[in-house]
Design a binder for this molecule. Structure first.
Ligand code: ADP
Ligand code: ASP
Ligand code: MG
Length: 294
């Protein structure tokens, strides 16, 4: 079950997530995005810091409060202090020093700036996943930085399926009990160990990769619309939900810009004939869309 930015973006949506996961009797792996809008903010703060504008640190305090408020609203009482401390630790000991390094080092080489910004942007999913894990008495964290591996290619970077497969097998060796929680989007370079990612919107792809490697019975993409629709409902208010599609149809619409699923997501699950459901976190009883072979 992959939950996107709006699905982890507020106390209301996180409580829906909890109910959706708890209603499932089979073992669940939850893959989460950053809280809605936070990835954009982390990147905007990178730009500001590079302009020597340290007001980005004020924005960081707003983000800190947003995460702490969510913890108070959803995390189980016994875990709350620990999750609050985790959020503060990542902000104070990791994000702040990175932003200060960008703001105070005018001669930082371009590749080093890129490396720092990649490390910064990974924090969206790191923070949201700490909260989501803490929502379940039996939450089990799986740090994607430990097993998602990329290699450079002409277009930027691609997943190293072999190495990722080997590491996923190790990390997920026992999945019998508990609610398992992983971060979407984030990865490491196979050779340098530098933090990388699968591209904007890449959490869907992380979930598809894990579904494929773990032989999941289904991949569920939980988002903020009732399913895969005939068009983007934001620009086409008359768009309707498509109850059932083939992988090929979904791929074609994603390639044409249907943002609801990140395009690389479809191929791996199609190869393994894993059905993909698109469902609404804010309206979980709506039937949604199922994407299958025929
Ligand atoms: P998430 O944060 O859950 O990954 P996204 O914003 O990436 O969500 O994708 C969901 C959004 O995709 C919807 O809010 C909708 O505006 C947009 N969208 C674009 N095309 C489509 C489509 N064909 N069907 C459904 N949603 C679409
Ligand atoms: N948080 C990342 C982004 O905003 C990945 C995702 O949400 O899928 O692009
Ligand atoms: Mg998305």
């Amino acid at each position: 079950m992959k939950f996107g930015g709006t699905s982890v973006g507020s106390i209301e949506s996180l409580l829906n997530l909890r109910d959706i996961v708890n209603a499932e009797s089979k073992p669940v792996l939850v893959v989460v995005s950053a809280m809605g809008g936070f990835t954009n903010q982390l990147l905007a703060m990178c730009e500001q810091a590079q302009q020597r504008d340290i007001s980005c640190l004020d924005m960081l305090e707003t983000a800190r409060k947003r995460h702490h408020d969510a913890i108070d609203g959803v995390v189980v009482e016994a875990m709350r202090d620990e999750v609050h401390a985790t959020i503060d630790r990542f902000i104070d000991e990791s994000l702040k020093p990175y932003y200060l390094a960008l703001a105070t080092n005018p001669h930082m080489p371009v590749d080093e700036i890129e490396r720092v910004c990649d490390a910064i942007v990974a924090h969206g999913e790191i923070l949201s996943s700490a909260i989501v894990t803490g929502m379940f008495e039996d939450g089990v964290p799986h740090l994607s930085l430990n097993y998602m591996r990329t290699v450079p290619d002409a277009a930027g970077r691609v997943l190293d399926w072999e190495e990722t497969g080997r590491l996923v097998e190790e990390d997920f060796a026992s999945m019998d009990s508990g609610v398992h929680v992983a971060q979407g989007f984030i990865s490491r370079d196979k050779d340098t160990g530098a933090v990388t990612n699968l591209g904007r919107g890449g959490s869907d792809y992380t979930a598809a990769i894990l579904a494929t490697l773990l032989d999941a019975e289904a991949l569920e993409i939980w988002t903020d619309v009732d399913g895969f629709m005939t068009a983007d409902p934001r620009t086409h208010p008359d768009a309707t939900v498509i109850p059932q599609m083939t992988y090929a149809q979904a791929q074609e619409m994603c390639d044409a810009g249907a943002k609801v699923i990140y395009p690389p997501t479809i191929a791996p699950v199609a190869m393994k004939h894993i059905p993909v459901w698109v469902k609404n976190t804010f309206n979980p009883t709506a039937p949604g869309t199922v994407i299958i072979d025929e």
